[in-house]
Ligand binder design. Structure first.
Ligand SMILES: [Zn+2]
Ligand SMILES: [Zn+2]
Length: 136
């Protein structure tokens, strides 16, 4: 897979991710509903595969799972570029909406579907999980 590159709205915070994603899909949890417009398009990468270029600020908050999630955003434009969760050590989740080529994102599932908003329709053929997918 070619290197995935992306940036915030102003370009001040960039990322590059090498290799195959661990997972990619949509999250409809309470916080991702706010981060995106009803859901967040997430690409999980091993931490060592992701290079972050530029200044960022972080905001930590307990997620729907009860574990901490740290969202990292550009201090200039506020664009949320990547996040890390206590539930997934060693994994960086990059925001697929920030990709230079957003068509590189190939969603394979929907998580926290129990929080889906009535107007937030996602491809009905994708597998859905009520909350987090089962481990493994
Ligand atoms: Zn920015
Ligand atoms: Zn979420």
């Amino acid at each position: 897979m070619p290197t995935m590159k992306g940036s915030c709205l102003c370009g001040g915070l960039r990322f590059e991710a090498e290799g195959e994603p661990l997972f990619q899909g949509f999250c409809q949890c309470l916080d991702c509903r706010k981060v995106g417009c009803g859901h967040y398009a997430a690409i999980g990468m091993p931490e060592h595969a992701v290079t972050v270029i530029g200044e960022y600020r972080s905001y930590g908050k307990k997620g729907d799972s009860g574990m901490m999630i740290y969202r990292h955003f550009c201090p200039t434009c506020g664009g949320m570029v990547f996040d890390k969760g206590e539930a997934m050590p060693g994994v960086v989740i990059v925001n697929a909406a920030m990709l230079d080529d957003p068509e590189m994102f190939k969603p394979d599932s929907v998580i926290y579907a129990k929080r889906a908003l009535s107007w937030d329709h996602i491809d009905p053929s994708l597998p859905r999980f009520e909350a987090m997918p089962p481990a493994g």
